[in-house]
Design a binder for this molecule. Structure first.
Ligand SMILES: NC(=O)C1=CN([C@@H]2O[C@H](COP(=O)(O)OP(=O)(O)OC[C@H]3O[C@@H](n4cnc5c(N)ncnc54)[C@H](O)[C@@H]3O)[C@@H](O)[C@H]2O)C=CC1
Ligand SMILES: O=C(O)C(=O)Cc1ccc(O)cc1
Length: 305
């Protein structure tokens, strides 16, 4: 495959940027990869792993001369980094991000994008609970969706970025930012909050039952502990930045939970059975439609049973 960009700047050198660097190299998709991260320790670890051709100390230096700039930092700091790099972005360059929330990132970044620079927000639906420069791997995006946001994006930069993600193994879909945030509140953000809560509850209980909660934990709870090991900064920022959609889904979730709680208290087995029959049909529908691509190996490197 011919080179899609000649110089890519990766801002933030964690799981996603590291995986992008390895996947871009695997496909021979780009020329030079320049990286930067806030801490010297992260930059050194990324250098030791050979993730980039060049690692520099500041985002301003990294973006100079780049025709693709990727913001791969927690969503809460995207705006301040965009402000810092804005004056250094090359005319004609594409700026993208990989944040888990889209509307607030776009609102924070867009005011700092100079005329002549194309901003195409993105979000790969692929990840693990691990973070940092040692966490990335080249196959992370294989057969996973990557959502690109077309609210204001122009056709040619969108098509070019689509080719890059496809070259990294992903399937690209295009949608608007509000739709993205509503869907992700259901499929990712609220489930993460539930996992965090369940592990917190178990931790409270373990004071009563010593380590039994962990020793006898079945697969369901182990999956919760994997998710609840995800990066605290990243997930704090996700909830603060997708507040309305997450609160809406949490409201619905608690209503349903209370209904199930009442059914258990009243011994209403029919209610429980009907509910579980409906949810089982949903899961079977997903498998039959062959849409279970994101369930396969999120547990990579997690020691999941
Ligand atoms: N972890 C996951 O499973 C997924 C994460 N995302 C999104 O990708 C983005 C990056 O996530 P990860 O790679 O998982 O995170 P990570 O924690 O592995 O890496 C984040 C990087 O950002 C740098 N950073 C943090 N604060 C900074 C600041 N103020 N200035 C400059 N650099 C800073 C860190 O040094 C680190 O290099 C986030 O916006 C997240 O929402 C998207 C899909 C999946
Ligand atoms: O580790 C998991 O199970 C995930 O759900 C990974 C993930 C986390 C955040 C995203 O925005 C997208 C994917």
């Amino acid at each position: 495959m011919s080179r899609i960009y000649s110089r890519v700047a990766l801002i933030g050198l964690g799981l996603i940027a590291g995986s992008m660097a390895l996947a871009m190299r695997r496909g021979g998709l780009v020329g030079e990869i320049v990286g930067t991260a806030k801490s010297a320790e992260t930059r050194e670890a990324a250098a030791a792993r050979g993730l980039c051709d060049r690692i520099v100390a500041t985002p301003e230096e990294a973006v100079t001369g780049a025709d693709l700039v990727v913001l791969a930092v927690p969503v809460g700091v995207m705006g301040e980094i965009a402000e810092a790099i804005g004056p250094y972005l090359a005319p004609g360059a594409t700026l993208t991000d990989v944040g888990s929330v889209k509307r607030s990132v776009m609102e924070a970044v867009a005011p700092h994008v100079p005329d002549g620079v194309h901003f195409v927000p993105g979000h790969p639906l692929a990840g693990t609970e691990r973070s940092g420069p040692d966490a990335g791997f080249a196959e992370l995006f294989d057969n996973r969706y990557c959502l690109l946001i077309d609210d204001a994006a122009e056709a040619e930069p969108l098509a070019r970025l689509t080719r890059l993600w496809e070259g990294m193994g992903a399937r690209v879909e295009v949608m608007d930012a509000d739709h993205h945030d509503r869907v992700l509140a259901v499929t990712s953000h609220t489930p993460h909050l539930i996992a965090y809560t369940m592990v917190g509850v178990a931790d409270d209980l373990s004071r009563v039952t010593d380590s039994e909660v962990i020793r006898y934990s079945a697969a369901g709870f182990r999956d919760f502990t994997r998710i609840a090991a995800s990066d605290p900064t990243m997930w704090r920022d996700v909830f603060l930045n997708n507040r309305d959609a997450t609160l809406e889904i949490l409201g619905r979730f608690t209503e349903e939970l209370f209904a199930l709680q009442r059914a258990i208290r009243k011994g209403d087995g029919d209610h429980l059975h009907d509910y579980f029959t409906r949810t089982r049909a949903i899961r079977r529908g997903i498998i039959e439609a062959g849409q279970d691509t994101n369930a396969a190996d999120f547990g990579r490197g997690s020691g999941k049973a």
